[in-house]
Write a protein that binds this ligand. Structure first.
Ligand SMILES: CC(=O)N[C@H]1[C@@H](OP(=O)(O)OP(=O)(O)OC[C@H]2O[C@@H](n3ccc(=O)[nH]c3=O)[C@H](O)[C@@H]2O)O[C@H](CO)[C@@H](O)[C@@H]1O
Length: 342
């Protein structure tokens, strides 16, 4: 096969984490990777200076789904010109393999892969409900991988090894961690501040990822409550944070959800209610149906349910989480792609 592949997609951490797993695996196997993302969202922060990449290209693209009228026409026109740019790039490097992890960042590079003869498109869908771009492009894909789709050739989610290496079976809740997803969640921040005094009285420590925008307010509130918590806005060391915790409260973004499973950390999920097609709720519901998590919608949130959860049999859940995910997903997916492109 051609020694250069394209990985595209991003916008938020959930997509970018999967893009990162692909980049790492191809790089490890001596295959060059070009990343195509957007100047909007978090793509630049993740990959602009990544030395594993042959090239990192950031196009000025934005989401189309929530736009209407003239703004939508402008966005579509913009995607069209960026698609032509990507097509030129694919001819220049003779690209035959494009992997999309979804999100608006992936649109132009994905459409170009469909237009170029002999180029194969592979899609990784992270969520239980398919994103808009993937719904449109999936029929052109050589293969679609998803942890929530029974037909997927690989059902395990590509989770960084570190989460498995730092996994442990939990017995008793001595530390609770709050995770708001890559951007933080005000709802989870407020909930944490509500339950913090009682956790503190019970001698339970707190780890809390707030997101950039709410960090100062949340830190100030903990100071006011005179509680010493490990509060941070964003950290590249989430596995180290997770392993210290015995219980988590978290949004149900797909990457975070499977990392929590890999780490065997029992979790109370509070899904983001505006996620497309309510996918965060259904991500967590799939685990709930197997008795592997706790789940409440924002409007049903109550403190009693949370305290019941941390006092329940978390040992059983923690042990059973071992069988929820295997650690070799990315290597199996890349094996399939490479075999298909021989
Ligand atoms: C609001 C929204 O639409 N969110 C979507 C977005 O979530 P979001 O971008 O929040 O994605 P996830 O929760 O899936 O993943 C976040 C990633 O960022 C990492 N991380 C997070 C915090 C931190 O301080 N450091 C850090 O490295 C996590 O370890 C994880 O790998 O993409 C996910 C995957 O498509 C979707 O399931 C989510 O519904």
């Amino acid at each position: 096969m051609n020694k250069t592949v394209v990985v595209t997609g991003g916008g938020t951490g959930g997509h970018l984490k999967v893009a990162d797993a692909f980049i790492e695996e191809f790089h490890h196997r001596g295959i060059d990777v070009i990343f195509i993302g957007s100047t909007n969202g978090q793509d630049r922060a993740w990959f602009e200076h990544d030395t594993r990449l042959k090239e990192a290209i950031f196009l000025d693209t934005r989401g189309v789904v929530n736009k209407s009228g003239f703004a939508k026409i402008l966005s579509l026109g913009n995607i069209f010109t960026k698609t032509l740019y990507c097509l030129g790039l694919y001819f220049k490097y003779d690209i035959k393999t494009v992997i999309s992890v979804g999100g608006f960042s992936a649109a132009a590079a994905t459409f170009a892969s469909i237009l170029k003869m002999g180029c194969k498109l592979y899609i990784h869908e992270q969520n239980s409900r398919m994103g808009k771009l993937n719904q449109i492009t999936t029929k052109f894909a050589a293969e679609v991988f998803s942890s929530f789709d029974k037909k997927s050739l690989v059902k395990d989610y590509p989770v960084e090894k570190e989460f498995f290496l730092t996994a442990r079976v939990r017995d008793k809740v001595k530390t609770v961690a709050f995770f708001g997803g890559s951007q933080g969640a005000i709802c989870i921040n407020d909930f944490a501040l509500k339950v913090a005094p009682r956790l503190n009285e019970m001698g339970i420590k707190i780890i809390h990822q707030t997101g950039k925008n709410d960090f100062e307010r949340v830190s100030f509130e903990y100071n006011k409550l005179n509680i010493k918590a490990d509060v941070f806005d964003f950290s590249r060391k989430i596995p180290q944070k997770m392993t210290k915790a015995d219980f988590a409260v978290s949004r149900a973004g797909a990457s975070t959800l499977w990392e929590l499973c890999a780490n065997q950390l029992p979790t109370f999920f509070i899904p983001y209610k505006h996620a497309a097609a309510d996918h965060q709720y259904y991500n967590a519901k799939a685990l709930l149906d197997r008795g592997l998590c706790f789940l409440k919608r924002e409007e049903e949130l109550n403190e009693e349910y949370f305290f019941e959860a941390i006092n329940s049999d978390i040992h059983k859940i923690s042990i059973e989480l071992i069988s929820s995910i295997n650690s070799n997903a990315i290597s199996l997916i890349v094996d399939i792609i490479l075999k298909d492109n021989k």
